[in-house]
Design a protein around this ligand. Structure first.
Ligand SMILES: [Zn+2]
Ligand SMILES: [Zn+2]
Length: 354
């Protein structure tokens, strides 16, 4: 057997055993490795399920709100339908989408990259089916589904217009917060002003509780809950809850008469009232039933110009008649001529409030 020289051995070792082309390692060359590796695959169809009413999307059985437009969604789905093995270095995708009909689009996909030192490229088509389905939220809203009602009432009176407005605004803010947090079923399906107050119909107990608590936190009062069994759903007992919000007889900003003096309500639960004596500025607490009189609310007060001050007396000008009046204020209050103050009239008495 003839002896091979070193250089001859090297040539024999450094060729591809499959195609005979040069190979640095003596193993399969790049081109043959590429041919033996299925590096690219492509699903030929993707389905996008969306709600025609609100635009939410369903993925893996779960609905989520969606802010992306149709083209963005299509690109993302197509991109996910194309699979390239990790050995491909810096793959580059080209995606062109054409709408074929209302519920069908076609994507032309090209991929190029480097695999085992060789330039590779490929192409495929992906069909996108746009499937309409009513989402869980729209389904519940259109089916008048609800889990609770927040009823805003007041003790011994009808809720005042500003309380109705505040309660409705709080409810709306909370609904927006739930929506942003992805709590899809925490919606308000109806807000109705009745002769007794305000009824807010809600899609989940969670939002009902949250709205009721926030109203009481802002306007005072108390909540009681009244569950009612209405049936079963998927083996679970289904309750509807009435969140009864009872605003106190006297609320924040009300001006009241207690112990023959005037007070401005700071906080009220429905039993106890915390108020500030208008004449002395002192904070006091009393029971609701000890209030002698309701005088008004600081919202009814008007701006008066201060003309002079002597100790605990200020002179103010009536904005209607321009007649000067005197009004007692706490000695410690920081008021000087030229300023305006909020004044509420009770007969002949001028009360500096706010
Ligand atoms: Zn080869
Ligand atoms: Zn929807």
């Amino acid at each position: 057997m003839p002896r091979l020289s070193d250089s001859e051995r090297k040539i024999r070792e450094n060729i591809c055993p499959r195609c005979g082309a040069a190979s640095e390692t003596g193993e399969l060359c790049g081109r043959c490795r590429v041919q033996q590796s299925p590096w690219f695959s492509c699903e030929n169809r993707v389905i996008c399920t969306f709600c025609p009413t609100c635009g939410s999307r369903k993925e893996c059985g779960v609905w989520t709100d969606c802010t992306a437009d149709k083209d963005e969604i299509a690109r993302e789905l197509v991109r996910r339908a194309v699979h390239v093995i990790p050995d491909v270095v810096s793959p580059l995708f080209g995606i062109t989408i054409r709408d074929q009909s209302i519920n069908r689009s076609l994507a032309e996909v090209t991929v190029e990259g480097t695999l085992f030192g060789e330039q590779v490229n490929s192409a495929c088509q992906v069909e996108i089916l746009w499937q309409k389905e009513q989402c869980d939220r729209c389904n519940r809203i259109s089916g008048s589904y609800y889990e609770g009602i927040v009823q805003v009432r007041a003790t011994g009176r009808k809720p005042r217009p500003h309380e109705i407005r505040t309660a409705a605004r709080i409810a709306q803010e909370i609904e927006e917060g739930c929506y942003t947090a992805g709590e899809r079923l925490s919606f308000i399906s109806d807000t109705d002003e009745t002769k007794d107050g305000l009824d807010i119909t809600v899609g989940s107990q969670r939002i009902g509780q949250e709205i009721a608590s926030a109203i009481v936190q802002r306007l005072g009062g108390r909540i009681s809950t009244h569950p009612k069994l209405v049936g079963e759903r998927a083996g679970k007992r289904l309750y509807r809850i009435t969140y009864s919000v009872r605003l106190p007889r006297y609320g924040k900003g009300d001006i009241i008469g207690v112990n023959g003096r005037y007070g401005e309500v700071l906080h009220a639960t429905g039993k106890d009232i915390k108020y500030r004596e208008i004449l002395t500025g002192m904070e006091r607490t009393t029971k609701e039933e000890r209030v002698e009189r309701y005088i008004g609310n600081i919202r009814d007060a008007r701006d008066y110009l201060v003309t002079f001050r002597e100790g605990n007396i200020i002179g103010v000008l009536d904005p209607d008649t321009a007649i000067s009046h005197e009004c007692p204020v706490p000695r410690t209050t920081d008021i000087s001529p030229g300023q305006t103050v909020r004044i509420l009239k009770d007969g002949e008495d001028l009360l500096r409030v706010g």
